[in-house]
Design a protein around this ligand. Structure first.
Ligand code: NAD
Length: 314
């Protein structure tokens, strides 16, 4: 395996926003672009290469095929149909299951032994399918999950509380979709629990605001889709963040979609919970004792994932 070699399968808006983030941040050394539309990935590779003289690191970027997967450290799958304004992420299920099946078979044939990162929606289910079909280790198949939603939450809280984004530690858990929820019982602004701030008089944030923020974070993708057809920059940076945590062996806590093996009382499902991410993929799923109402929401989210997986024939 070549450390720092990344392959992107699906060089559409999400894949290329991810590639562009990695180019700007110098996340990897070798970047291979694969798409069913080979002409598109070739054009994208040329375009990115023209920015290399301004990048922080030397990089080799080219359009390739599945034989290039063999010695990669990480493959990120961003291929798939996108959500239309009428569709939920779960509506994409059947279309993207077919695409995922084809891609995972090709990756397997290449002899790839690294880490598989999935962004295609509905991401928790696509990650389960990719894991099941690949036969790879559970910890080496990861979904981008609610990393993007947690980032949206942190941004919103930082704006309202007027506190540096980096000091907001708050997590969206559950499905990357309509059944997600905020783990408010673990949300911190610097050293202060956000619940404590909301309980004060004359505060910048009230309990009523918390549920509005949770709804806004859950539904903001629909607004972006209505305005500009799809979302890509946010997820592109989130994927680059997960990739950096893996390639640099960071042991960072991220709300990636992780396989549960009994944590939170569930198993055989991929769902977003805070997990420690390093060179081996998911080092550990953090099992938080959730507040009762949060645990009910997580159970519901998992139930929806399992119901949908059971409907599929893959
Ligand atoms: P897009 O239409 O711009 O790009 C999709 C690309 O996939 C196209 O280039 C297409 O040619 C390629 N493709 C299709 N089938 C393929 C196959 N079998 N093999 C290789 N390539 C194939 O779409 P997009 O905006 O980049 O979105 C891609 C996926 O990412 C969608 O499923 C979308 O819902 C999802 N997404 C996920 C998140 C997240 O947080 N996880 C956020 C936004 C979008």
């Amino acid at each position: 395996m070549i450390k720092n070699k990344v392959v992107i399968v699906g060089t559409g808006m999400v894949g290329m926003s991810y590639a562009y983030s990695m180019l700007n941040q110098g996340t990897c050394e070798e970047l291979v672009l694969i798409d069913i539309d080979k002409k598109r990935s070739e054009g994208e590779a040329i375009d990115l290469n023209h920015g290399l003289s301004f990048a922080p690191r030397k990089m080799k970027i080219y359009a390739g095929d599945y034989s290039d997967c063999k010695d990669a450290y990480l493959i990120c799958i961003t291929a798939g149909a996108i959500q239309t304004p009428e569709e939920t992420r779960l509506d994409l299920l059947h279309k993207n299951t077919k695409i995922m099946k084809y891609i995972v078979e090709e990756i397997k044939k290449s002899g790839f032994k690294g880490i598989l990162l999935i962004a295609t929606n509905p991401v928790d289910i696509m990650t389960y399918i990719a894991w099941k079909l690949s036969g790879y280790d559970k910890n080496k198949v990861i979904g981008s999950g609610t990393t993007l939603d947690s980032s949206r939450l942190r941004y919103t809280l930082s704006e309202i509380l007027d506190i540096n984004l980096k000091d907001i530690n708050a997590y969206v858990m559950g499905e990357h979709g309509d059944s997600q929820f905020v783990a408010w019982s673990y949300a911190l602004c610097g050293v202060q629990p956000i619940y404590q701030i909301a309980a004060k008089k004359n505060t910048l944030i009230t309990f009523e605001d918390l549920s509005k923020i949770e709804d806004e974070v859950r539904n903001i993708a629909y607004k972006i889709i209505d305005c500009k057809k799809s979302t890509y920059y946010g997820i592109g940076v989130a994927l680059a963040r997960i990739t950096k945590a893996i390639l640099e062996n960071e042991n960072s806590v991220l709300t990636v979609s992780s396989y549960l093996k009994g944590e939170y009382g569930h198993e055989d499902v991929y769902i977003s919970v805070p997990s420690i991410v390093n060179k081996d993929g998911i080092r550990e799923v953090i099992h938080l004792p959730l507040a009762e109402n949060e645990k009910i929401k997580l159970d519901k989210s998992i139930e929806i994932m399992k119901e949908n997986i059971n409907k599929l024939n893959f």
